[in-house]
Every structure is written in structure tokens, then in C-alpha cells.
Design a protein around this ligand. Structure first.
Ligand code: AMP
Length: 340
């Protein structure tokens, strides 16, 4: 890829600090985010405004926000290659979300699956939860993002962002916003320990990336299986142990487990031990040490967040000036006079 093309692709993505980051976040999104830092201009944010729809404890929100940023850095995000910032440090995003909502029909919002799924899972249906796709559209469009690397659950939201960009451009007769495209990882949907999607809103479903080894061991060893004995053949395809192992193991290691299950000879206990060892190999050692250092020096994480936010605020400025201009809201120059 030429350096010109490299610079010209802007990737944007976010993660909610509404719990500890888990294997679904990693294999569905973060692994891709880290790889892409060598391929384009990457902007990744910790979506703390989004998390307010489920976390209403200020200490927890601050802690999860820090933890998400520290996890990214320990997993390999390089501050010299990518931006990592808090959503709320770019307040223009919430301003734009409102403006986009004024050109968006209720019909579009009502079709959002994620709102219905979250309500079905017991999350209180607040106006904020319903408005979520408009805030997410603003998150994406304000940076003139080209590509949005996400898991399967976010695809509809990106389609909605494209629709909102189109409504805005059409209403104000100017191509202010680019239409972004989604990019799926190789594992767009990681299954959780309780059978459905691995999700922060169901603690029992997750394996946190940087959980304590004893906690991870307990979670893996208590994965519920059927009662087939070691020698009996088993179906790996609907087996969480196998499905998670698939994300971590080499082809050879995987076929060892698969053959053991299909032909018999691989017991669930042994399979769980293999899964645990792989988790430790991939997320233990150096990565866990790096993650611990962040806890000891939280200022390092804060520095990255602030430095990135300062830079990305410069990226949003020209787009917001165009938005103010076309809708008829005073420009930032005029707003500055309010501070005189
Ligand atoms: P969230 O947990 O909503 O903050 O999601 C952060 C990123 O992780 C998004 O790109 C999601 O699509 C992705 N993600 C979350 N859970 C999963 C999962 N179980 N499988 C695959 N991707 C996921």
C-alpha cells in the first residue's frame, strides 16, 4: 500500500466502558483495531456517554473508562500510531448527535434491533438508549471516517449512520458527510459462556481479557456441558469450549481437540484445561505485566487520552464549521465571543 493510500483511510471505532473488556470485544473488534494501526489513520474512543445508558455509578464509570484504555494499551495499541480518547473529551459529538436527530425519522430509529434486544435483556428503555444510534452516527460522521471496524452487533448502527449522513446532506443540499463502511473481523460474533453472545451486560457470559487467573480458571472450569464421558464422541460445533479454543489455538492444536471430541477420547475437563492454558499463553505473561503497570501508573493512561483528544478535536473542527454554516448556527468564532 502506498503511503498516500495509507494516510487516506481513516478508521474509527469505539468500545463502551460499561464493564470489563472481554474476549468478544477482543476477537470481534480490538484485535482488528490494533492490527489496523499499521494500515491507516486510526481513531478509537472509549464511549463513556454511551455507557451512561447502563452505568449510573460515577466511580464505576470512571473505573471502567480507565480499565478500557489500559486494556487497549496493554494489548498493543501504540500511542504513536493510533489515537485513543474518551468520547466525552470531544463534546462536539453530542452537539452533532442532536443536529442529526432533527433530520432523522422516527421510523429509522424504531427499527434498531439493539434497542429491542437491550430492553428484552432488562435494560431500562430510557430516551438515551433509544437515541443511541444518533449518538453513534455522530461519533462516526464527525471524523469523516472511511471505515468502521466492529462486531456483527453494530452493523445495523453503521447502516443507520450512513442513512443519517444521507438525510443531512440531502436536507441541507451539501455533501458535508462521507458515508462510512463497516469492516467485520474474522469473528464478528463471539459466543458467551451462557450460550448467547458474550456481552458485558451478562457478567456470567464473559471471560474478561485481564481477569485474575483464579477468576478465569473458575469461569472456564464451570462452563456447563452435557454429561458425556471421556470416551464418548461429542459434537464440537455447538460446544463453547471448542468455539473459544478456535479463536486462540493453531490449526494443529484445534484439530487435536476436534478429533478428540468427534472420535471420543477428549473429556470436557481436559478440553477446559487446554483452553485455560491458551488463554494464559495469549493474555498472560508480558501483556498482563504491562496491564499491571498501567494500574500502578494511571497518569500514563490519562496522558494518552488527553493527548489524543486534543489532536482529534482539531480533526472535527472543519466539519463542525461546515455543519454550523449549513444549518445556520453561529460559528465557533462567534461562540468564542461568549467568553470575552
Ligand atoms: P461494546 O461491548 O458494545 O462496547 O462493543 C465494542 C466492540 O466489540 C463492538 O465493535 C462490538 O461489535 C464488539 N463486540 C462486543 N461483543 C461482541 C461479541 N460477543 N462478539 C463479537 N464482537 C463483539
Amino acid at each position: 500500500m502506498s503511503s498516500e493510500t495509507k494516510k487516506s483511510i481513516r478508521y474509527l471505532s469505539g468500545v463502551q466502558p460499561s464493564g470489563r473488556l472481554h474476549l468478544g470485544n477482543y476477537f470481534g473488534a480490538i484485535q482488528n483495531h490494533i492490527r489496523l494501526q499499521d494500515e491507516g489513520e486510526c481513531l478509537y474512543f472509549i464511549a463513556n456517554y454511551h455507557s451512561l445508558t447502563t452505568v449510573q455509578d460515577p466511580e464505576a464509570l470512571r473505573r471502567y473508562t480507565f480499565m478500557a484504555a489500559a486494556d487497549y494499551l496493554a494489548l498493543g495499541l501504540d500511542r504513536t500510531k493510533a489515537f485513543l480518547f474518551r468520547q466525552s473529551d470531544v463534546p462536539e459529538v453530542t452537539e452533532l448527535a442532536w443536529i442529526l436527530s432533527t433530520v432523522t425519522g422516527m421510523g429509522l430509529m424504531e427499527r434498531a434491533h439493539s434497542f429491542k434486544d437491550k430492553v428484552a435483556r432488562g435494560i431500562v428503555p430510557t430516551l438515551g438508549l433509544f437515541f443511541y444510534p444518533a449518538l453513534m452516527a455522530a461519533d462516526i460522521l464527525i471524523y469523516q471516517s472511511d471505515k468502521v471496524p466492529v462486531g456483527q452487533d453494530q452493523i445495523q448502527h453503521i447502516e443507520m449512520a450512513r442513512d443519517m449522513a444521507g438525510y443531512f446532506n440531502h436536507t441541507f443540499k451539501k455533501e458535508v458527510f462521507k458515508l462510512p463502511e463497516s469492516v467485520l473481523s474474522q469473528t464478528p460474533k463471539v459466543m458467551g459462556l451462557t450460550g448467547g453472545k458474550m456481552s458485558k451486560s451478562d457478567e456470567a457470559s464473559v471471560i474478561p481479557i485481564f481477569g485474575e487467573p483464579s477468576e478465569i480458571k473458575k469461569k472456564v472450569m464451570s462452563i456447563v456441558t452435557d454429561s458425556k464421558g471421556v470416551a464418548e464422541p461429542k459434537d464440537p460445533d455447538n460446544n463453547v469450549i471448542y468455539l473459544l479454543y478456535q479463536l486462540l489455538a493453531s490449526a494443529e492444536e484445534l484439530s487435536h481437540m476436534e478429533n478428540g471430541f468427534r472420535q471420543g477420547g477428549m473429556g470436557y475437563g481436559d478440553a477446559k484445561k487446554l483452553l485455560l492454558a491458551k488463554l494464559e499463553e495469549i493474555f498472560g505473561g508480558e501483556k498482563r505485566e504491562k496491564r499491571k503497570k498501567m494500574d500502578e501508573k494511571p497518569d500514563l493512561v490519562e496522558d494518552v487520552l488527553i493527548e489524543s483528544a486534543k489532536k482529534v478535536r482539531k480533526i472535527v473542527a472543519p466539519t463542525m464549521e461546515q455543519v454550523y454554516e449549513v444549518v445556520g448556527i453561529p460559528s465557533s468564532q462567534i461562540k468564542k465571543r461568549l467568553l470575552d
